[in-house]
Design a protein around this ligand. Structure first.
Ligand code: NAD
Length: 505
């Protein structure tokens, strides 16, 4: 085999049936977003490689279906241990591949390990154990068991490659499925390294397969494959809609984690020093390439100008640079394409009438790499693209509001509904506003935490279904009821019996 990647955790461009192989699709050079230097070469899959991966997964299904929960938990603990053992190498790999500061990549690895461990604990606490509903008939007993779906295709985005992989893979394996995963073409490396770790932890043949490649070729082949029972997708709304449309043919199960334009509401009575820190984190973490980034800031008019001025000062002081540099607080964007898109959005916002108060489209003196500075736009027109569309970069759009009702109305005036944040010292008001916000996650006096115990997903155009918590794991299995008759005597329904409704309701 011609080995294209030189990394101790990665043995090839694809991982199929417990073996490293090279794909038959296009060649891809992964570039370091901080300096545009090549870091790895990959031979992507084509449709024939997808065929092999799905077939390997399908062969594993009968064995996996019969595995005990304790065996699955053991594998998940093993993966968590492997991630921790290789944490440092994995964090560096992620930083080189996607550009994020090393301290953020280290958090990603630790979080990913925790996700596997948490799902092992869910199994150990019986989350998928048989249930026995109370019946109002003495004629039957009922048991509800959880049946794995079979083969699941997991398709991820490039912003948190390892975490997104963990969010999907841990519950899919816990529920007893065979997996074919396709990472984003922009960020394949940590998912390949994960394959090595899963293998070392004792995965069975065909249980976990990775096919790298483009969405149009490899992603679409998986989505359209009749032997794939579920697609769990994290990415853009346009591709999410295509996946949903394709799923109607054979009624595949689908989970969609899509984009957002999440609001943060700052009331004048909030602890403004604390709110300032969270608002910065809510938009500049991972250079704003976060689905739930609080990218629309609504500030109560009495404190608006002052708050924005302080934000701008802090944003201008954020140290932008290469992720591997220990001093860096914000890294580059993922690609030249994304960089051009974000720069275009900033320029268009200014043309539409927004006031640029920090940053702009270029980092002064940065010749190489895909850098955009922390940018704040104030008085952004409510009907502009900048206010309404996801930019997916370090760009905070701000507007002032008057009163609670307007804050809620402005926050909800969006096609999206992934997350929202509210800052107030008045606990009753914060709860009242939270209850009105149309978002899958509402943060009170914080912005950003995604806790593994809670359901993650969107209202409205931000998605369908939930990941994490028991909601996530349940979405990788079908509940099956097994109903047993306790009647000793023949039913007699067609023999003149006077009994009514023999099947109960
Ligand atoms: P994208 O939709 O371009 O790609 C996502 C994945 O889908 C990639 O692996 C890609 O190769 C694949 N893909 C592309 N076309 C496909 C097709 N026709 N069939 C099957 N697969 C296909 O998104 P992106 O640019 O990688 O990621 C950014 C988007 O992801 C943003 O909108 C962001 O908000 C969203 N996101 C959402 C969450 C969440 O939890 N809700 C988390 C992270 C990112």
């Amino acid at each position: 085999m011609n080995r294209l990647i030189d990394h101790p955790l990665i043995g090839g461009s694809l991982f199929i049936d417990c073996a490293w192989v090279e794909g038959h699709g296009e060649r891809w050079t992964a570039l370091d977003p901080a300096n545009e230097a090549p870091i790895a070469e990959l031979a992507f899959a084509d449709a024939s490689d997808v065929e092999l991966a799905v077939a390997a997964a399908r062969r594993a299904v009968p064995t996996l279906r019969a595995t005990q929960y304790s065996e699955r938990a053991k594998l998940l603990h093993g993966i968590a241990a492997g991630l921790r053992q290789h944490a440092s190498a994995l964090a560096r790999l992620e930083t080189q591949d996607v550009g994020k500061p090393l301290r953020e990549a280290e958090i990603d690895v630790a979080d990913a390990a925790r996700v596997f461990e948490y799902h092992a604990e869910l199994l150990e606490h019986g989350v998928l154990a048989d249930q026995y509903p109370r019946l109002d008939s003495d004629d039957f007993t009922m048991r509800v068991r959880r049946v794995p779906l079979g083969v699941v295709a997991l398709i991820t985005a490039w912003n948190f490659p390892l975490i997104l992989a963990a969010w999907k893979l841990a519950p899919a394996l816990a529920a007893g499925n065979a997996v074919v995963m396709k990472p984003s073409e922009w960020a394949s490396l940590s998912t390949l390294a994960l394959a090595g770790i899963v293998h070392a932890a004792g995965a069975l043949r065909g249980q976990f397969n990775v096919v790298t490649g483009t969405g149009a070729e490899v992603g679409a082949s998986l989505v359209n494959h009749p032997q794939v029972d579920k697609v769990s997708f994290t990415g853009s709304g346009s591709v999410g809609r295509q996946i949903l449309a394709a799923s109607t043919r054979d009624l595949k199960r689908v989970t969609l984690e899509l984009g957002g334009k999440s609001p943060a509401i700052v009331f004048a009575d909030a602890d403004l020093d604390a709110a300032l820190e969270w608002v910065l984190m809510g938009i500049f973490y991972n250079a704003g390439q976060v689905c739930s980034a609080t990218s629309r800031l609504l500030v109560e008019r009495s404190v608006h100008r002052d708050f924005v001025e302080r934000l701008a000062e802090r944003a201008n002081a954020i140290r932008v640079g290469a992720g591997l540099d220990a001093a860096t607080e914000m890294g580059p964007l993922i690609s030249a394409v994304q960089c051009a898109r974000v720069r275009g959005a900033i320029d268009a916002a200014v043309t539409a009438g927004a006031r640029l108060v920090a940053g702009g489209s270029h980092v002064t003196g940065q010749e190489q790499g895909w850098f955009v500075p922390p940018t704040i736009l104030d008085d952004v027109p409510a009907d502009s693209d900048a206010w309404r569309l996801e930019i997916f970069g370090p760009v905070l759009c701000v507007r002032a509001f008057d009163g609670e009702a307007q804050a809620v109305a402005d926050a909800n005036d969006s096609e999206y509904g992934l997350a929202a944040a509210v800052f107030s010292a008045d606990a009753a008001r914060a709860e009242r506003v939270a209850a009105e916000l149309q978002a899958g996650t509402v943060w009170i006096n914080c912005a950003g935490p995604a806790l593994v115990q809670g359901p993650w997903g969107g209202f409205k155009a931000s998605g369908i279904g939930r990941e994490l918590g028991h909601w996530g794991i349940e979405s990788y299995s079908e509940p099956q009821q097994i109903t047993r008759s306790l009647g000793a005597a023949p039913l007699g329904w067609y023999a003149g019996s006077q009994r009514t409704n023999p099947v109960g309701a």
